[in-house]
Design a protein around this ligand. Structure first.
Ligand code: HEC
Length: 354
């Protein structure tokens, strides 16, 4: 034990002390760049929509500012350049994320809810990761950017010894860059699972799924009661939700913006006497209809996409795998009466009216 502690003390003697900064720079720098890159890959306009839904001012400008801070701030931290300066906007990005998104979810960033055939399911992330990043930045600001830092290399270019050191440093950084490139490729393949994708409804091939959090994150649009064939009451109830931001965008120009998602729950009902009269209420969820707006015809070869939308039905048991095969057969004929309003029965949704 004493030996162990003695060797630890030797390792942390001042020659190696400053190396503490390297793992922090790698993970904090890489982490920020990865988040900025992911936002660009998903389309900066979808991040703009999110900021808009959060009620942030000037969402377009803010989206780009965030992405640039994440990309270039991350790169600067990675290279050890101007850390005390770039840390300021980076810390602001973290705290805005904490206060606008993560605070209501509590501390923990990883909350395993369940594991089933579709894999592990996690709850909404809290502010733990933001604070870890912040702690990393703070440590670098207080302790310095350490060896192999861009700052040191340009400040002490003159001495010969540091020249060799900077060549070595350059090689090390190049190695780290290659290693993180490889790590990035790894991360990209599991991108669907990334936090930014938690609310994602479509994948690259255009397969839709029922958004996991629509009951808390989406906005209520309206409901329909389908009358019983005989007798009183309703045999089915339909409850329709819209993705955040859809309603306010529609009220502005009467159009569903690209990426808008509509979810219609279909319930079997039960009808009975209550103090208000003969009342039907939702009893069992049969499944969901999901539509995603797509004015760009992004999936021309997919039979579930067309006429400006992606279309799918999901049985209650399989919210991530549709049983629909062709929207022109499964859906569209029944939506023809609503063709003039973009195939949506908008008259049933008071929230869309001016
Ligand atoms: C039997 C006819 C019929 C079929 C088939 C049908 N729909 Fe609908 N759909 C309607 C009607 C009518 C409404 C509005 C009234 C209601 O829900 O009862 C509606 C409403 C919806 C809504 C809510 C938004 C809106 O348009 O008002 C969604 C989402 C939806 N359908 C998606 C689909 C998808 C996706 C398919 C195919 C997988 C599909 N529907 C197939 C008739 C149909």
């Amino acid at each position: 034990m004493n030996n162990l502690i003695a060797s630890y003390t030797r390792l942390t003697s001042h020659v190696y002390q400053s190396w503490y900064a390297i793992p922090i720079r790698v993970i904090v720098g890489y982490g920020f760049m990865e988040h900025g890159y992911a936002k660009i890959m998903h389309g900066p306009e979808s991040f703009t929509t999110i900021l808009h839904a959060l009620g942030m001012p000037a969402p377009g400008l803010l989206a780009w500012a965030t992405i640039l801070i994440e990309l270039f701030g991350g790169l600067a931290v990675f290279l050890g350049a101007f850390i005390p300066i770039v840390s300021i906007p980076m810390a602001i990005v973290l705290f805005v994320a904490i206060f606008t998104v993560h605070l209501p979810n509590g501390f923990s960033s990883i909350k395993l809810l369940s594991v089933d055939a579709a894999g592990a399911h996690f709850g909404q992330p809290g502010y733990e990761t933001d604070l870890l990043y912040f702690a990393g930045l703070l440590a670098l600001v207080l302790g310095g950017s350490g060896p192999l830092a861009f700052d040191n290399i340009i400040l002490r270019r003159s001495s010969k010894a540091t020249k060799t050191k900077s060549v070595l440093g350059g090689c090390m950084m190049a190695l780290l860059a290659v290693a993180s490139g490889a790590a990035y490729a790894q991360v990209k393949t599991t991108e669907i699972a990334a936090a930014e994708n938690a609310g994602r409804v479509d994948d690259a091939e255009g397969n839709l799924r029922v958004p996991a959090d629509y009951r808390t994150a989406y906005q209520f649009l309206g409901s329909w009661a389908v009358a019983a064939d005989q007798g009183q009451g309703s045999k089915e109830m339909h409850v329709v939700y819209a993705s955040p931001g859809t309603i306010s965008a529609y009220r502005q120009d009467g159009r569903f913006p690209d990426g808008s998602v509509l979810v219609k729950e279909v319930f079997e009902t039960t009808t009975g006497a209550m103090t208000t009269g003969n009342v039907s209420s939702a009893k069992m969820l049969k499944g969901w209809f999901v539509m995603m707006r797509d004015g760009k015809n992004s999936h021309p070869d997919n039979k579930l996409w067309g006429d400006g939308w992606g279309w799918s039905w999901f049985d209650a048991a399989t919210p991530s795998k549709t049983t629909s095969t062709n929207y022109k057969v499964d859906c569209q004929p029944c939506h023809i009466p609503a063709q003039a309003s973009d195939w949506i029965y908008v008259q049933g949704y008071p929230a869309l009216k001016q």
